[in-house]
Design a protein around this ligand. Structure first.
Ligand SMILES: Cc1cc2nc3c(=O)[nH]c(=O)nc-3n(C[C@H](O)[C@H](O)[C@H](O)COP(=O)(O)OP(=O)(O)OC[C@H]3O[C@@H](n4cnc5c(N)ncnc54)[C@H](O)[C@@H]3O)c2cc1C
Length: 799
């Protein structure tokens, strides 16, 4: 019987790359009594058979930085531990064989410049020189990334384990965790056949088994396994030594040398889900059956790209399981439900590349209570409860696998596992010809009047005219914007104001009936959330938070409410919010008996009755037109909509809303701001009351003293609808990178494309400065404006 300790500060469950890296980094942080429990042997889950390529360039800086951290760790671990990790730095080559892929590739190159990654565009000829065995006749360009490489996954884990043990950490193999004990919302212990281990924190790094393991602690983990294939050949003439990794995304393939032969892996358009029972406890160093019928289309693609495969002997078609999440990003951080219960799983086929950095970040979260830098895109709290549904996960995971190599066109969405959540006006929107997208499980109209699937493009979008018409109607008459998916969290109790003044930057002690825009900060002065609150009574507020932020914000509020007499209630599913916006909205409300509402001042709110329906209305606008956000019960929403519709109001989708908010320079969480940016940088100084004592205030004061100031500007392009900025593009002042675009759209009211940009270079933050933006490899000039592009004084929305 293994002699387990009865106590450890942190228990890491799972001995794959995520568990080993997390343990190593915990030990490095000085948590020398951390332990790892693995039910079989280290790497026996998915890690042992990984193709283990490490390609750094991702679509965001922070995901890229995690992999860059891995690269520097993997190239130095042998020196530190004496254990080789098989790090081979031969670079990677991503080829393009279609015009849209070329644009995608050029966008990647632009991102590389922005993130400081060494990656550059190469011609067909140079691509062929770097990969002589490839048939390059249809290749029209490529991106070459010299810093990329690959590793031996089992050796890597051995080195991480050795490094962790050298610092006091312990690893117990053949030890299955059978239970996670929690009490009062906190993790207390893990259970094994060899006894119970008390602990302060648990890191669930159990790969595709994490859904079952987390359920032991009462937590939902939305991930699902799929089969993942690569072909291994015998030796092939012409393969001497190591080659760069070759990615042929248009053919869904990745290719590299392996023991003198080739390894040809694929992310086929639609993967194969695996029933979890197939992958039971005894699945150690296991593989799944070969499936040549499924692999055949990929084999044909591979034969086209690599003619020498024709005569190569096949060693095996390896089929291994890997887990995927509903949005294709992994899960890293503390769970919303249980303090001390952390996730590091659902790696979506980048577990080895990301493992070094992700383990570092997870250890940092456990040790410091927050990640080393913004990681909201992998925050486990981003998924709503509707994803705790095996059927939906089994439908989505194969599509996620397929999307891994797809071109990331604007407007691209998932087609599987739809209709999980519907807004109260869903039938009305279907009747009105909505084209939907899915956000946090909700079906939300993107635009109206064209239901067929649009042809996706990086150029002028297929929905341009529909969105133009919606925007025009809202600006000339009135539009309805369905904001029902916003979270509605009510805070009540005798300490409601004191509590909120501690967690919010603005002064919440306003007259009953006032609306308050505010940010909620972390101790570092970064924005955890931005929201609008309504003071409904002296001891009662309603917070309207972002659609994807509900679980996270609720957890944050709960965690900071100890000792206050407050009750937090999530009313998201009970209430609908309808935005009525446009110059005629006043007359429309008047005709429907909403006089009380008409007298509201800007940011004033009241309860009233419109067309016989009880509502709470607040005078504000996210789109810059005169209007109200009107809250009613879900049951009443269709009646309210019918009354507005009859009065000539037209529905507007989220694309119209986005275009209008960008024209008004209204920011959006996750695009323009995140947990690293402060309200000072975002120009949100008006939402800070320095006289209150809020979380993050001292950090904010320091940031202010260090000169942090508004970095967000508007960039105005020429009046040409063929210029299509998307956000996340580098902004140049001359040849120097000055910042990046954060949100972009065509501004229908101003008649030109525009972007919001986070600009670090002060010279590029002055009105009238001319910068250029790299959109798909072409630099487009843009003029800087420090004020909103549309109605800068807000005359229209204030009335
Ligand atoms: C064919 C294939 C090719 C791939 N190629 C690449 C690539 O080129 N680059 C890349 O970055 N990624 C690649 N991946 C993905 C990568 O291998 C995975 O993301 C990664 O290995 C996942 O590591 P993990 O630690 O999360 O999970 P795992 O390696 O599966 O580790 C989880 C561990 O938890 C243990 N466990 C489960 N339940 C319990 C319990 N109750 N108690 C104790 N222990 C438990 C399991 O035994 C297992 O060892 C590939 C995957 C496949 C299948």
């Amino acid at each position: 019987m293994i002699d387990l300790p009865s106590q450890a500060s942190v228990v890491v469950i799972g001995g794959g790359v995520m568990g080993c890296s997390t343990l190593y980094h915990l030990a490095k942080l000085g948590i020398s009594d951390a332990i790892l429990l693995e039910r079989n042997k280290l790497t026996s889950g998915t890690t042992w058979h990984s193709a283990a390529q490490v390609r750094a360039l991702r679509s965001t800086r922070n995901m890229t930085d995690l992999i860059r951290y891995s690269v520097s760790l993997y190239s130095s671990l042998e020196e530190e531990t004496g254990q080789a990790v098989g790090w081979i730095n031969k670079g990677s080559l991503s080829i393009a064989t279609s015009q849209d892929r070329l644009i995608h590739t050029r966008r990647q190159e632009a991102l590389a410049h922005l993130f400081g990654v060494d990656a550059h565009f190469v011609s067909q000829g140079e691509a062929k020189e770097r990969w002589p065995l490839m048939n390059a006749e249809d290749v029209i360009g490529a991106v070459w990334s010299p810093d990329d490489g690959r590793v031996s996954p089992s050796d890597l884990c051995a080195a991480l384990a050795k490094g962790a043990k050298a610092r006091g950490a312990k690893i117990f193999e053949d030890t299955t965790v059978t239970g996670i004990v929690t009490q009062d919302g906190r993790v207390k212990a893990v259970e094994t056949a060899g006894g119970t281990i008390r602990c302060d924190a648990v890191a669930i790094c159990t790969g595709l088994w994490s859904r079952q393991v987390a359920a032991m602690g009462g937590v939902d983990v939305p991930l699902y396994p799929c089969e993942h294939f690569y072909l291994l050949t015998d030796k092939i003439d012409g393969i001497e030594g190591n080659l760069p990794t070759l990615s042929d995304h248009d053919s869904h393939l990745y290719i590299r040398d392996d023991s003198g032969g080739l390894l040809v892996g694929c992310f086929e358009p639609m993967g194969k889900p695996i029933a979890p029972e197939v992958l039971g406890e005894s699945f150690a160093f296991g593989l799944l059956d070969e499936d040549w019928d499924h692999f055949e289309p990929m084999m044909l693609n591979a034969l086209h790209r690599l003619p020498s495969l024709e005569n190569a002997g096949v060693r095996m078609l390896l089929n291994g399981p890997e887990s995927f999440t509903p949005d294709g990003s992994f899960l890293l951080g503390e769970t919303a439900e249980t303090r001390g219960l952390f996730l590091g799983c659902g790696m979506n086929s980048v577990g080895v590349a990301t493992g070094g950095g992700a383990g570092m970040a997870l250890a940092h979260c456990i040790h410091n209570g927050h990640p080393p830098f913004d990681l909201h895109e992998v925050d486990p709290t981003r998924f709503p409860g509707c994803w705790n549904n095996a059927e939906a996960l089994a439908a989505r995971a194969p599509e996620v696998l397929g999307k891994h190599y797809e071109i990331t066109y604007p407007g691209r969405g998932f087609t599987s596992a739809r209709d999980l959540r519907k807004t109260p006006l869903d039938s009305e929107w279907r009747e009105a010809g909505a084209h939907f997208t899915q956000v946090a499980g909700w079906e939300r109209p993107l635009y109206f009047g064209k239901t067929e699937e649009p042809e996706l493009t990086f150029g002028k979008p297929a929905w341009f005219d529909q969105v133009a018409a919606e925007t025009r109607h809202a600006a000339e008459v009135a539009g309805i914007f369905d904001q029902s998916t916003f979270g509605k969290i009510e805070v009540s109790g005798s300490d409601a104001t004191t509590f909120l003044n501690q967690v919010m930057t603005n002064n919440m002690n306003r007259a009953v009936g006032r609306a308050i825009y505010t940010t909620m900060l972390n101790e570092r002065g970064g924005i955890e959330s931005d929201l609008t609150a309504l003071r409904l009574a002296t001891d009662h507020y309603r917070l309207m938070v972002g659609t994807a932020a509900i679980r996270r914000d609720l957890a944050w509020l709960k965690r900071h409410s100890d000792g206050f007499d407050v009750t937090l209630t999530n009313r998201t599913e009970e209430l609908a919010i309808i935005g009525l916006m446009g110059p005629r909205s006043r007359n429309i409300l008047q005709d429907l008996g909403g006089e009380k509402i008409l007298n509201l001042s800007y940011f004033g709110s009241t309860s009233s009755n419109i067309a016989g329906i009880d509502v709470d209305a607040v005078r504000l606008s996210y789109v810059g037109e005169y209007g109200w956000e009107i809250t009613c019960t879900v049951a009443d929403a269709p009646h309210l909509y019918a009354a507005f519709h009859q009065a000539g109001v037209r529905p507007c989708g989220t694309l119209a809303q986005t275009a209008m908010r960008i024209e008004k320079r209204f920011l959006s969480y996750g695009h323009d701001m995140d947990t690293d940016t402060s309200p000072l940088q975002m120009g949100l100084g008006f939402a800070i009351d320095w006289d209150t004592d809020f979380i993050g205030k001292s950090a904010l004061e320091e940031r202010q003293a260090a000169g942090e100031s508004n970095q967000i500007v508007t960039l105005l392009f020429d009046a040409d609808d063929q210029i299509v900025p998307l956000g996340n593009e580098p902004v140049y002042l001359g040849t120097e990178i000055a910042g990046k675009t954060t949100s972009a759209a065509y501004g229908y009211r101003i008649g030109r494309p525009l972007a919001l940009a986070d600009v670090k270079l002060p010279e590029a933050r002055t009105d009238g400065a001319v910068v250029s933006v790299d959109i798909g490899g072409i630099r487009y000039p843009a003029v800087v404006s420090t004020t909103p592009a549309f109605d800068p004084k807000g005359a229209r929305m204030r009335g």
